[in-house]
Design a binder for this molecule. Structure first.
Ligand SMILES: [Zn+2]
Length: 347
């Protein structure tokens, strides 16, 4: 607690020695107890060099408020609750006043104002706020439910703003919801998912990573490469990478929900006309993707799969996969267990 940092020197009327002189504005990491938890937070204060030790610090009212806010936000972060800034962001993305957001959620009019300034929200309130943060459809539902709390013109104004949000990040969220919904039966680690639960961030990174290093990557080949990546990870580490569950299909292993997988909003998939006027899905890297979700070990596994198959045509990799035990020992439509997948031929 001893270390502190000088922020700046201010000429001001010092309440400690009752003179106007230069005092130092400082900050340090302080600790306090909130709801029974010890919380570390940034505290600001003024320091007077003329006053006696132990009585040489003071705070203005504004500083005290900011310090309390910092402490409460530190508590929120520690407890996984939205911070006051995040609550402001949610409100602003819907263009709502504090009172209007409270009304939309069916709460007392002063609730949001309290959460943005002093009180810490209960978990139930936090969950409600997160619902509308991630899903504009939820906000639309709430607007219907609490319609009588708004004037018609206000309601239309809020509605337009929600629809605007639906068009942007709502699409990405909904495409993920649809895909994740196909994995409702696989929420527990098991032999079907290689003891890894579905991780969409990672799947997007894996696909983009492969697309960066493989020229002309199309869906059929990608599906096989995903399976080989997971199978190899399982063989080496005892757990798969992506959480995808694969079925035995005519063209080899195919992940459950592969249509909605290809529809994930963030993926860079372009429809191209193939032979016989078939639509082919060409997969490109995602711009600005964060590969930090992949560990070095996972990247090295992906690199092995990429080196092995980069020159294979779709037909070649399908034929290659057809020889795997995972394929010969399962029948059409069956889920390919990872206990069989780990017996892939050596790379
Ligand atoms: Zn002083």
């Amino acid at each position: 607690m001893e270390s502190n940092t000088l922020i700046r020197k201010v000429h001001m009327n010092c309440p400690l020695c009752d003179k106007t002189h230069e005092v130092e504005e400082r900050k340090r990491i302080a600790s306090t107890i909130i709801k029974g938890k010890e919380v570390a937070y940034e505290e600001r204060y003024y320091f007077c060099a003329n006053a006696e030790e132990d009585e040489n610090e003071f705070e203005t009212g504004a500083m005290t408020n900011q310090n309390l806010l910092n402490a409460r936000n530190a508590y929120r972060i520690q407890m996984g609750l939205l911070t006051s800034d995040e609550i402001v962001d949610i409100r602003e993305c819907y263009g709502l006043s504090q009172v209007d957001l409270a009304k939309l959620l069916g709460w007392g009019e002063a609730t949001i104002s309290r959460y943005e300034s002093k009180a810490i929200q209960d978990e139930a309130y936090d969950i409600m706020l997160r619902l509308i943060k991630d899903n504009p459809l939820q906000a639309l539902e709430l607007l219907k439910k609490n319609a009588d709390k708004f004037s018609l013109s206000k309601r239309l104004e809020i509605r337009a703003k929600i629809v605007e949000n639906l068009d942007s990040y709502g699409k990405e969220f909904l495409s993920r919801q649809t895909f994740a919904g196909e994995y409702a039966n696989f929420e527990e680690p098991s032999d079907s998912n290689g003891f890894t639960v579905l991780n969409i961030d990672k799947i997007e990174a894996i696909i983009s990573y492969m697309a960066e290093k493989v020229n002309n990557l199309y869906k059929v080949k990608l599906m096989k490469m995903l399976w080989y990546g997971d199978a190899l990870a399982f063989a080496e580490n005892g757990c798969a990478m992506s959480g995808l569950v694969y079925r035995h299909e005519a063209m080899g292993a195919l992940p459950i929900g592969h249509y909605s997988l290809m529809n994930l909003e963030r993926l860079n998939v372009q429809e191209e006309m193939g032979y016989n006027y078939d639509t082919m899905l060409h997969i490109y890297p995602i711009t600005d993707i964060d590969y930090s979700v992949l560990s070095d070990n996972e990247k090295s596994i992906l690199d092995k799969v990429i080196v092995k198959f980069s020159d294979y045509k779709a037909k070649d990799i399908v034929e290659y996969m057809h020889e795997e035990k995972a394929y010969t020992q399962t029948s059409s439509g069956e889920i390919i267990p990872f206990s069989l997948a780990k017996e892939i031929r050596t790379f």
